[in-house]
Design a binder for this molecule. Structure first.
Ligand code: NAD
Ligand code: UGA
Length: 482
């Protein structure tokens, strides 16, 4: 039987009679991606942009999302994405809801569906919910009429490829599948630059001749624009696990810094001075050492909890507890932020108008999934504060996140208008334009005493203090007027 790779290789399989009879395709490859989300959309747009010789189709079960991808108003905000999509869409990049046709026409299928934390049954709150993944595997099996390479793009528990292979190969239609792991390391807000110039691309394959051939097909796709030495290969389980571990290490760095920020506040040290000193050790490195109100985003928490769940499954209690600590410190940091606000604002927030500067989980995205601002907003509402939320890109998502929450909340696009009449500003997202606002003007319109809680340490704290604000950074002594 032919492997999926022989089907996909085209020219390289000349001499194999059944493949030579394949109808001539206008494109060198037909690539499909199932899942048109934050990963599937930008990743496929980049492949199409860089490789006009391939036809790239992105399908999704959500027709609204697909309609947005086909419009001038893309479903996600990501700097540089519009230009990349516009250059390739209609040429060799297509967005569609026709999943069955997409599967039939393709020879390489990326699967980039969501893999959230399970909310029910065994492993609830910890394990990955693989229902979307499982459903996709069954659809691929059902509609495939020719051999295919399946690429795991979603972040998955280690050994998922095995489950995928079992689902795919239980049919009797003679179709062959090779499953590869190719986790995505892009960060939101910098997705386009990460995709264009990644630190590395990781491809895991089974260590068999067929596995290596399938791997080489994927290597060839990326090699169109990524230097060969940045495309690394491994066995499939290492690849799946590397993704979880990469996110766990990154999140661990933030929790480490945030834990020390609590100590700095007690010891009159300055977290930015400490991280500068520590980060200049080339073994540590200076990136990803910014103390904050806590990390957010759809993946850090879910991927660590998934890692913890897997460790517990293998009876590695100490290892599981160690990594769970990263999530616990993150929760502690958010709670610490709220309790500090409550305490310094004279132990009551009831009826006080508080403005949140930013709601996205980080700058340059409209994404609010697991944003620390959600927890902060809910806790402030529990304390009966009146909230005003401003954000350049995330107001609609903020409205969805807080829908039905008891309490007063309003949404105002202009930060000057949002802060007027408030007694405190809590900066949640490090949007750079918040650094450049006229805080003199803002101070004049606020209720006194006026407070600023800088949850990202991006503002000029001494300057704000001079204006008259009581300033509370993270991991630094506060600057007050009382
Ligand atoms: P997302 O929720 O934005 O997108 C997933 C899409 O898959 C949705 O549009 C959904 O409708 C679609 N979908 C679900 N089941 C489907 C099915 N059966 N057929 C067709 N479409 C289906 O998620 P995302 O943020 O793009 O993340 C996808 C995966 O990538 C996750 O595993 C995540 O952990 C991983 N990841 C995400 C990021 C990130 O920055 N968001 C980065 C790296 C890796
Ligand atoms: C993260 C990883 O950086 C990506 O490599 C990975 O692909 C992705 O998760 C994923 O798997 O989803 P992302 O969550 O988009 O990317 O953004 P990050 O830049 O990692 O920021 C995550 C959170 O940590 C944000 O809330 C950010 O504000 C916070 N952060 C980041 C800090 O609090 N301090 C820092 O020093 C850096």
């Amino acid at each position: 039987m032919l492997t999926s790779v022989q089907n996909v290789l085209g020219d390289e399989t000349r001499g194999l009679p059944h493949l030579e009879m394949k109808p001539k395709m206008p494109f060198k490859r037909n690539i499909l991606c199932i899942g048109a989300g934050y990963v599937g959309g930008p990743t496929m747009a980049m492949i199409a942009f860089k490789c006009p010789q391939y036809k790239v189709t992105v399908v999704d079960i959500n027709p609204e999302r697909i309609a947005q991808w086909n419009s001038d108003n893309l479903p996600i905000y990501e700097p540089g994405l519009d230009e990349v999509v516009k250059a390739a869409r209609g040429r060799n990049l297509f967005f569609s809801t026709e999943i069955e046709k997409g599967i039939q026409d393709s020879d390489v299928i990326f699967v980039s569906v969501n893999t959230p934390t399970k909310t029910f049954g065994a492993g609830a709150g910890m394990a990955a919910d693989l229902q979307y993944w499982d459903k996709t595997a069954r659809e691929i099996r059902k509609y495939s009429q020719s051999n295919k390479i399946i690429v795991e793009k979603s972040t998955l528990p280690v050994k998922t490829a095995q489950a995928m292979e079992r689902i795919l190969t239980c049919g009797d239609n003679g179709v062959c599948f090779d499953v590869l792991s190719n986790p995505e390391f892009l960060a939101e807000g910098t997705a386009i630059q990460d995709l264009e110039n990644p630190d590395r691309v990781l491809i895991g394959s089974s260590q068999t001749p067929e596995g290596f051939l399938a791997r080489d097909v994927l290597v060839e796709i990326y090699a169109n624009w990524i230097p060969r030495d940045k495309i690394i290969t491994s066995n499939i389980w290492s690849s799946e696990l590397s993704k979880l571990v990469a996110n766990a290490f990154l999140a661990q760095r933030i929790s480490s810094v945030n834990a020390i920020s609590a100590l700095c506040e007690k010891a009159d040290a300055d977290i930015q001075e400490v991280t500068r000193a520590v980060g200049m050790d080339s073994r540590v490195g200076s990136k990803f050492l910014n103390a904050s109100v806590g990390f957010g985003g759809s993946c850090f928490k879910k991927d660590i909890l998934n890692l913890v769940y897997i460790c517990r499954y293998y009876d590695l209690k100490e290892v599981a507890d160690y990594w769970e600590g990263v999530v616990k410190i993150n929760d502690y940091q958010k709670e610490r932020f709220i309790l500090n606000m409550l305490q310094v604002m004279f132990n009551t927030l009831a009826g006080k108008k508080i403005c949140l500067f930013g709601f996205a989980f980080k700058a340059d995205t409209g994404d609010t999934r697991e944003s620390p601002a959600i927890r902060i907003a809910k806790r402030l509402m529990e304390e009966k504060a009146d909230l005003v939320i401003t954000d350049p890109k995330a107001i609609n998502n903020a409205k969805d996140d807080l829908e039905g929450e008891p309490g007063n909340v309003s949404y105002v696009e202009d930060p000057y208008e949002a802060a007027a009449g408030c007694c405190a500003i809590a900066l949640m997202t490090e949007w750079s334009h918040y650094k450049r606002l006229d805080y003199e003007k803002i101070f004049q319109t606020m209720v006194k005493p006026a407070f600023i809680f800088d949850g990202r340490n991006i503002l000029d704290h001494h300057g704000l203090h001079k204006i008259g604000f009581n300033v509370f950074p993270i991991g630094k002594p506060p600057l007050t007027h009382y």
